[in-house]
Design a protein around this ligand. Structure first.
Ligand SMILES: C[S@@+](CC[C@H](N)C(=O)[O-])C[C@H]1O[C@@H](n2cnc3c(N)ncnc32)[C@H](O)[C@@H]1O
Length: 264
């Protein structure tokens, strides 16, 4: 009997001992499959988040846009409107040295160039500056020059200017406070800073948000930033109104402010 049961027990034990690694392997395999899938999903989430972050923080390729930049009438008109507003707010004279930060192809710079002693266009896109330099050469302009400088990559402005202007560039700059500090440093006493940019636009102005670090600006908070940087007599005015069709085909209205401040 015992022999019989012994005979029966042994194959069962053997069977279990044979089965155990198989079961373990199956369980482990299922676990590892689950873990792999879980990890893969997590990785996918991380990559998606990183891609989104890259898109949000990536610099826009202005070199690519340079060749056709002036072809958009909206940009030409906007530069004219901003220039006219600057002229209405600041007593510009022929003895002034001026700087246009984020000058691009010089649309705003060339509006002010005939009114000042000299004007320097600063930009981080060589493609934009090439177009601007060609305009300077073609028109034989001798009081305008350009300077390649990327403020977000540690570029430092030098020199002394009586007037600093900038049109539609501020929203492409990551950190506004250090830029205002640099403007203050290179502004001569009595000089004026004039910045034109979008009022808060809820991200609707740009079809592609690459390199857009601010969805427009709240004028009141920009006022405070001006004051914090040391500027006095800070004022803002609406410089332009724009109607623009988005990529969804819908036409929306936007406004552009000009904020000015003086260095005492
Ligand atoms: C929207 S465009 C405006 C160009 C011009 N002011 C106009 O009204 O046509 C912005 C310009 O700012 C320049 N820019 C962007 N980031 C910059 C940076 N970190 N330092 C200097 N210039 C920058 C771009 O290369 C581009 O030419």
């Amino acid at each position: 009997m015992s022999c019989h049961s012994h005979n029966k027990v042994l194959p069962l034990k053997k069977f279990i001992s044979l089965l155990t690694p198989v079961v373990n392997a199956l369980v482990n395999n299922t676990n590892s499959t689950y873990v792999n899938r879980h990890q893969k999903n997590q990785q996918k989430c991380i990559i998606t988040r990183q891609e989104k972050m890259t898109l949000k923080t990536e610099k826009r390729d202005f070199d690519k846009a340079a060749g056709s930049w002036d072809e958009m009438p909206l940009r030409v008109k906007l530069a004219e409107d901003v220039a006219n507003t600057i002229v209405s707010k600041v007593a510009i004279s022929q003895d002034m040295t001026a700087l246009d930060f984020g000058c691009g192809t010089g649309l705003l710079t060339l509006q002010l160039q005939p009114l000042v002693k000299s004007i320097t266009g600063v930009d981080s896109s060589q493609g934009m500056l090439d177009i601007f330099n060609a305009k300077i050469a073609t028109a034989n302009i001798n009081n305008a020059d350009t300077l390649f400088l990327d403020i977000d990559k540690g570029g430092i402005l030098t020199g002394q200017y009586n007037l600093i202007v900038s049109g539609m560039t501020l929203h492409h700059i990551k950190e506004i406070a250090p830029l205002l500090a640099q403007f203050y440093t290179v502004l001569a006493p009595g000089g004026t800073l004039c910045l034109a940019d979008l009022d808060l636009d809820d991200g609707q102005f740009h079809d592609d948000s690459t390199g857009v670090f601010h969805n427009g600006f709240d004028r009141a908070s920009l006022h405070r930033s001006f004051t914090d940087a040391g500027f006095v007599g800070v004022q803002d005015v609406t410089a332009a109104k724009i109607e623009k069709q988005g990529s969804d085909g819908q036409t929306r209205k936007f406004s552009v402010f000009l904020i000015t401040g003086r260095k005492e």
